[in-house]
Design a protein around this ligand. Structure first.
Ligand SMILES: *Cc1c(COP(=O)(O)O)cnc(C)c1O
Length: 362
């Protein structure tokens, strides 16, 4: 059995163990801890292009210790989710945007682009086989992790000649405890990204570079870290793996993407649906000193973190330069709630999809 595209077919012989899936779905679904038993693999080399596509059993990879990924960080990834609808259909949220963003990351990191059609075909084939792994309880989903690595076994600092594309799947519950607001440490020393760098790419190295600040934030008792711009340490950019938004009067504001910020699909979706919820949406720089004084005066009502994993998570407190600033009353706010419901109602098939965001897996 195989599915043909214009240029390739996918080996679809592997089958999932649905009893194992049922067992896993009874466990507490710590984010990303339980990996489904099937994955996609597609290989690339300059002569054959993308070839040998398969949905196969999830197993350890066999790679040379000299593979470029281990030495020069030749790694990019994506993250999105498959949702179970009340009628048991399973649907993906704007997966073509993830496929396009993977290719944007690939271009920046000198890795081969993989046609969007091919990525979508592989994603649908995998999720179709993994229906039993898509949890049906509230705020849960099957998280998908497309990944590309440079596999050429050679220590020279040069573009890898061979690559491997994977899609892993993992049933997940909510990333943050429902109904609580998170606390955020504004990092004033380390930066995440600089203009001309790779901040807009979902490249593994960005996250390795942010771990120290994230760990310091945790040690100080904060849930997450947020980074400022690299040049003036003055403008709020984003968090370690989520975009950030503030609410002033009836306006939802988020920093503009200009190479240093990951162009989140949740971010884009919030900006797109905000007017329908009665909010204006704006992309403009957020000056941290200005934000701090507005928080002191109660002029910023809410802040939230947005991303596939976090969805919309309220920020109840930020710490900037030796001072804590409570956001609103410190609890999840009504704007975050409205936006959260608008987006998740569409994702979970509880409401018609007026934006054409969802792709049902057939
Ligand atoms: C993935 C990611 C986001 C969120 O993007 P989504 O497409 O909404 O999941 C934001 N910031 C960073 C740094 C990220 O890696």
């Amino acid at each position: 059995m195989s599915m043909a595209t214009t240029t390739m077919s996918i080996d679809l012989r592997a089958a999932t163990d649905s009893r194992r899936a049922r067992e896993v779905l009874l466990l507490p679904l710590e984010f990303g801890r339980n990996i489904a038993d099937l994955m996609v693999t597609i290989h690339h080399d300059p002569d054959r292009g993308w070839h040998e596509a398969a949905v196969e059993r999830t197993q350890d990879l066999k790679l040379s210790p000299a593979a470029k990924v281990f030495h020069y960080g030749c790694e990019i990834f994506e993250g999105h989710k498959a949702y179970r609808w009340p009628d048991d259909r399973v649907a993906l949220f704007r997966p073509e945007l993830n496929a396009e963003r993977l290719n944007a990351s690939a271009r920046r990191m000198c890795m081969p682009e993989i046609p969007v059609e091919m990525q979508l075909l592989a994603t649908h084939a995998l999720v179709d086989k993994l229906r039993a792994w898509v949890p049906g309880f509230e705020d849960s989903a099957l998280y998908l992790r497309p990944t590309m690595i440079g596999t050429e076994p050679a220590l020279g600092v040069a573009v890898s000649r061979t690559h491997l594309y994977l899609i892993l799947a993992s049933p997940v519950g909510p990333y943050f405890k429902a109904g609580t607001a998170i606390t955020v440490w504004i990092e004033t020393e380390d930066v995440r990204a600089v203009r001309g760098g790779v901040g807009f790419a979902k490249a593994g190295g960005n996250y390795a570079g942010g771990m120290a600040a994230q760990q310091r934030a945790k040690k100080k008792g904060y849930d997450q870290v947020a980074f400022l711009d690299a040049i003036e340490r003055r403008y709020l950019e984003e968090m370690h793996a989520m975009n950030v938004m503030i609410v002033e009067q009836d306006e939802i504001v988020t920093p503009p993407v200009s190479g240093t910020i990951l162009q989140g699909i949740t971010r884009q979706s919030v900006l797109e649906c905000a007017p329908d919820l009665g909010f204006r949406a704006a992309e403009r720089p957020i000056d941290i000193e200005d934000l701090a004084s507005k928080l002191s005066e109660g002029r910023v009502r809410e802040m939230f973190a947005v991303g596939t994993a976090a969805v919309i998570t309220s920020i109840g407190k930020i710490h900037y330069k030796d001072k804590d600033y409570t956001v609103g009353d410190g609890r999840p706010g009504p704007v975050a709630r409205r936006v959260y419901e608008a987006i998740t109602d569409v994702q979970y098939g509880r409401r018609a999809d007026p934006y054409g965001w969802m792709r049902v897996v057939e």
